[in-house]
Write a protein that binds this ligand. Structure first.
Ligand SMILES: C[S@@+](CC[C@H](N)C(=O)[O-])C[C@H]1O[C@@H](n2cnc3c(N)ncnc32)[C@H](O)[C@@H]1O
Length: 278
């Protein structure tokens, strides 16, 4: 799949009409896209630059762009709730997902995070995505293949329980572990086993009781640094002259992010020093 350059046959193109409605088509030479605003010939788009305007037979202008990853994630079919782009961005940076990293995620769910991880680690890295449910893994496989145009060679989607994964299954320990599941605190022994010393472990939990359980669980393992917890709030703004203000609506809560690092074997975490209360 091409990510830039003039449109080619096979590209997925998002057409936006003057009312900002989106229509996605796959370019096929000789084919036509029909709407009640007239017909658009795919051949009028093939060969043009992204950001071009194509005019239908009834005179409606459509703006043409390729789907970005964020557009794909928010519009793709899903079996399980996805990690929202604002949180995936936090995971990529705070989780230090570097080019060439070996990353394990579970559960794969609908494959939303898998795609961001696969792009970040690149072909020299590897992403292992474990998923308990066959139907969810099928969504992940289809969504990832749809986005990349093929199943990436540096991706191993696997049906199975994360709790049963061993370093041998992965050809050795991994650099990063990301868990998005209901009870991640049940699987901390596995995280400890498969994560390299210094490796980053992040998890994503929706509720306060889950947050408390995972924070306490990490501390009890005594092989991780003092965990950090936060959430990200993104509020869009309408910027139009005197009407400039925050948007009325926002996704106020998605989930909490939890972060820690694996200590070297045999090391116990230094006691965190808390400032005395005044
Ligand atoms: C919220 S979804 C994950 C969504 C995914 N991160 C995404 O961005 O599309 C949680 C998934 O974890 C899976 N799951 C729960 N426990 C699991 C386990 N022990 N091993 C593997 N997958 C598990 C569930 O079947 C579910 O599909």
């Amino acid at each position: 799949m091409a990510y830039s350059g003039p449109f080619q046959p096979g590209d997925k193109v998002q057409l936006t009409d003057p009312k900002r409605r989106h229509f996605t088509i796959e370019l096929v030479p000789g084919a036509n896209f029909h709407t009640h605003k007239g017909m658009v010939a795919h051949d009028d788009i093939i060969g043009s630059d992204e950001g071009s305007v194509v005019t239908s037979t009834l005179g409606t202008d459509f703006l043409c762009f390729r789907h970005l990853l964020v557009d794909h994630v928010l519009s793709m079919p899903r079996g399980a709730a996805v990690i929202y782009p604002k949180d995936a961005a936090q995971i990529l940076v705070e989780g230090d997902i570097f080019a060439g990293a070996r990353v394990l995620e579970a559960g794969a769910g609908s494959g939303a995070l898998s795609m961001s991880l696969l792009r970040a680690v690149g072909e020299k890295g590897h992403v292992y995505s474990y998923e308990l449910r066959e139907d969810h893994l099928e969504y992940a496989r289809d969504n990832v293949k749809e986005y990349f145009g093929e199943t990436p060679k540096h991706w191993s989607p696997r049906l199975g329980d994360f709790g049963e994964v061993t370093p041998e299954d992965l050809g050795g320990p991994v650099d990063r572990v990301i868990l998005d599941m209901v009870e991640p605190w049940q699987f901390l022994d596995t995280v400890r086993e498969i994560l390299i010393p210094g490796g980053v472990f992040m998890t994503y939990v929706a509720t306060v009781p889950q947050l408390m359980n995972i924070m306490e669980g990490i501390r009890a393992q005594k092989c991780f640094t003092e965990p950090r917890a936060w959430e990200s709030l993104v509020r869009e703004w309408k910027v139009e002259g005197l009407a400039t203000r925050p948007e009325h609506r926002m996704n106020a809560h998605t989930a909490f992010l939890v972060w820690t690092r694996r200590l070297a074997d045999g090391v116990t975490p230094p006691r965190p020093q808390r400032r005395a209360r005044r």
